[in-house]
Structure formats: C-alpha cells, structure tokens
Design a protein around this ligand. Structure first.
Ligand code: HEM
Length: 464
C-alpha cells in the first residue's frame, strides 16, 4: 500500500473520477486497493459531492469525504454510526478499551478516563518530554560529530514510547523494549490484512503472523498485569495514569483487571505511534520549507531564548502549533476513520444501508482542492486565528471529531510542541540527498523507507 508520487507521497496522479450514481456502487478492484490504498481513496473522494458507494468483491462501503458529510457522521448523526469491523480487528491485540469499545461500555470507560487527562498530566508530559528530548539531542550531537545520519522515524518512536511509558506506568519500559514496538507492528499488520482481505483465518490458526501476534500479546500482558497487580496491592500515592485509572474503578478495580489491561494497552498503542509519525512528517516538511523553519526559530528564540518550554510557555508559541496543525493536515497519522452504519441513513442523497462500512478518508478531505488553496503546500499560516472557513474546520479532523474525538489530543499536542521547541532550538534536520520518500498506510500513514536525516547545528542566531 505505497503511494505513487515521489514528489508528494500519498497523492495519486489525477485519473478520471467516477461519476455519481446513487443506485449503483462503483466497483473497486481488491488489487488496486492493496497496491495503493491512499490513491484509490483520493480518487473516490473526488466524486462530485464527495459521498460515494463502492464495492470491493462482495462487500459494500460508503466513502464520505465532503466536509458536511464528515460532520454528519462524526457529530450530527453520530449515534447512527458504531465501531466497525476494523475496530474488531484492532481489538485482537489491544482489546476493547476506549478505541474499540462502544455503547454503554465506552461511555463508562470515557467517563472514567477523561478526568485523568487534565492540566496536571499535561504539565508532567511537557517536563518528561523536554528531559527525554535533551537526552536524544546529546546522542544526536555525537552522530553529528561523526557525520552519521539519524533515522528519524525510529528515533521519534523511541522518544514518544518513552514518554507514554512514563505517563502510564511512571517508569521506563524494561529492556528490550522492542517487544512493545513489535506488538504495535504486528497489531497493525494483522488489522490491515483483515481489513482488506475478503476471507480471513481465525487467529488460533497457527500461521507465522498469528504465532507472532500471540507471542507479543503474551509478553505485553505479562508486563501490564504485573503493573496492575502492584498497584492493586498498594498504589503508594503514584501519579501515573494506571494508578489514577485504578482509583477511578474504585472497588470494581479487582474485578476489572481485564478491562484495565485493555485500557492501558489501548492508551499505550494510541499514544506513541501516531505522535511519532506526526513528528517525523513535521521534520520532513520543515526541511523542505526553509522559510517556515526560519519563522519557527524566531518564535522559539523570542519566547524561550534557548531553554526548554513549560506547559505555560506553550500557549505563547502559536506558530509552533500552526506548524503541527498544518503537518497533520498534509499527513494525518490516522488517515482514515471507519464506522459501521447501525441504522439506514441518507447522506447527501446517497443511501447508506444498515450494516454498511463507512469510510472517512480524512487525508483526502484535508487535501481536497475544492476546500484548500494549494493543498499540497506546507503553509502553517492557514491555521492563524480566524483563517479557516467553516467547511475547512469541518473537514479537518486529525484527532477525529464529536464525542469520540481523541482523548489524547491535548497530551499529543503538548508533547509534539515540546519536542519541536527543544529540538529546533539546537539543531536543524536535513533529509539525506537521494533518500527515497514514500508513504505506507496501515492504521497510520508513515514514511515507507524511514527518514534518514543529517543533524546540523541551528545557526547561533536561532538560539539568541
Ligand atoms: C498525533 C497524535 C495522535 C493522533 C493523530 C490521534 C488521532 C486519533 C483519532 C483520529 C482518534 C479518533 C478515532 C475515531 O473517531 O475512530 C483518536 C482516538 C483516541 N485516541 Fe488519539 N491520536 C493521537 C494521540 C493520542 C495519544 C497521545 C493518546 C493517549 C495518551 C490517544 C488516545 C486516544 C484514545 C483513548 C482514543 C479513543 C477515544 C474514544 O473513542 O473515546 N491518542 N485518536
């Protein structure tokens, strides 16, 4: 599932657009979807009106790409749309925590978790992130001295995994931490295969992938259940998210070990891969757009003068935030949202039947030429206060929208802004000449070949 256009990975070359026909679904070949998922979705999204039924083999989907239709599904008529088959595929690894649960269970879980994501947590996230980013920069300094490139996707993953582990458990993950990254990789692979393939084997069938899935799940469960049991015995006034969750479950906590496990694995899973890819894409875009990087450096120098930010400082860095918003417009890590229609509905004249899979290609809506000027250009000032039109606000949903909007949006935002502020004051990252850039899309979209980048010292003026 790789993008085709090396200049603007993920953007498929223009091809004829299917005409809008409310009665017949557009046929999409499975091979086309597998070869270029993002490009196929973009082409379908160009259907006049932005809502189109399509079929892959015997399965029917409705693609919803216009701003009002996205709002309809996520906000106005949200109760009609439930979790999808894609969520059940993800639940094979992460269980039925906040991302995959639905209905009354989801409401209860969200009520318990929401208060934990408060300002106090965000302040801790900023401090932990700043400390870890400084450590990373010390390592990059050695790479710079030796003239060695750094692999930014892996480095951002390691950084954000460290931050979420500290936030969840108040400790670093045990070495080797790669069982956790392996688990995410295998979860994504299992999920994406099952999302696309018409026939899937039960996970107890011992294929190589299923055996890997079970091995990873066992290792992660062992670690997570140990942490849960420690806190159930004595939480020792711990400040981590897990301890707060257990306190929230009160006298139900002992009976809810399995649900606690699902909640924690869900937060861990949701909390680092997305943030890491958003940061990786941001470094690439900043390297491509010198003027934006210069303006970022000026803002950071004026507000921070070389020091790391606190959570209070972040409010004084509007341009830094606009950069992150624009980066997630061009490369939303969660590029597509999915739902299942719980009842029949009609969206902009297109019938949705009960049980249909509904696909919201956020990446296509956020780069639609109908809504955005020069949609492929990296222009953070689009997000300056009061600039977005109503339709743009409705189409822009890197964190989703409505009741199921990302619980960690604030967490991710302060984390990413801190990384940007600390790194950009010390160094600039330059893509190694000739390094190929393409997009792969599983549950998130990420640079297929990673991003090998050279570390350069930021000019002296950047820190003054
Ligand atoms: C740049 C980083 C992130 C992006 C782009 C992102 C994106 C999203 C999106 C699009 C959704 C909505 C999915 C849907 O409607 O089907 C979502 C849900 C969620 N995210 Fe994030 N996320 C990020 C970071 C985080 C972090 C750091 C955490 C936790 C620490 C987190 C926890 C969650 C949870 C628990 C949900 C489910 C919310 C619910 O359904 O009630 N996310 N995220």
């Amino acid at each position: 599932m790789t993008g085709q256009d090396p200049a603007r990975p993920g953007l498929a070359p223009a091809r004829p657009v299917p005409t809008r026909d409310h009665r017949r679904a557009v046929r999409v070949r499975l091979a086309a979807l597998r070869a270029d998922l993002l490009g196929t979705q973009r082409r379908l999204a160009r259907t006049p009106g932005g809502v189109v039924r399509f079929r892959v083999l015997h399965r029917a989907f409705t693609l919803v790409a216009s701003a009002p239709a996205i709002q309809h599904v996520l906000v106005a008529n949200a109760p009609a749309y439930r979790r999808s088959r894609q969520h059940d595929n993800l639940a094979l690894t992460i269980g039925y925590g906040l991302i995959c649960s639905d209905g009354a269970v989801w409401r209860r879980q969200r009520r318990l978790a929401q208060p934990i994501f408060n300002r106090e947590l965000l302040a801790r996230v900023v401090d932990v992130t700043a400390g870890r980013t400084e450590e990373l920069l010390d390592r990059w300094e050695r790479a710079r001295e030796h003239g060695e490139p750094v692999e930014i996707v892996a480095q951002m993953r390691e950084l954000t995994m460290g931050v979420i582990a500290q936030a969840l458990f108040g400790e670093d993950l045990p070495a080797p931490a790669n069982v956790f990254t392996d688990t995410v990789d295998v979860a994504l692979e299992v999920a994406i295969r099952r999302n696309i393939l018409p026939v899937t084997l039960p996970v107890w069938v011992p294929t190589r992938l299923h055996r890997r899935l079970r091995r990873c799940r066992r290792a992660v469960d062992r670690y997570v259940y140990q942490r849960i049991d420690e806190r159930l015995r004595d939480d020792d006034g711990r400040q981590d998210i897990l301890a707060a969750l257990i306190r929230g479950y009160g006298d139900q906590a002992c009976r809810s070990r399995r649900e606690l496990r699902d909640q924690v694995v869900t937060l861990f899973f949701a909390g680092f891969e997305t943030t890491a890819t958003a940061l990786a894409w941001t470094w690439l875009l900043l390297d491509r757009e010198e003027a934006v990087a210069d303006r970022l450096h000026v803002e950071l120098a004026q507000v921070l003068g070389g020091r790391a930010p606190t959570v209070e400082d972040l409010a004084a860095l509007p341009y830094t935030h606009q950069i992150l918003q624009e980066s997630m417009r061009i490369y939303p890590p969660v590029y597509t949202l999915t739902r299942r229609a719980a009842v029949a509905d009609r969206i902009d004249g297109v019938d949705v039947r009960r049980g249909d899979s509904v696909i919201l290609p956020i990446h296509a809506a956020q780069c639609s030429a109908v809504l955005w000027d020069a949609p492929d250009e990296f222009r953070p000032q689009r997000f300056a206060p009061g600039r977005l039109t109503r339709a743009q606000r409705h189409a822009y949903a890197p964190f989703g929208a409505g009741a199921r909007k990302c619980l960690g949006a604030g967490f991710a935002t302060v984390e990413m802004a801190t990384v940007l502020a600390v790194v950009a004051q010390r160094v600039r990252l330059r893509l190694i000449e000739g390094h190929p850039v393409a997009v792969s899309a599983t549950v998130t979209q990420y640079p297929t070949h990673g991003l090998a980048m050279r570390v350069e010292r930021a000019a002296a003026g950047d820190r003054s």
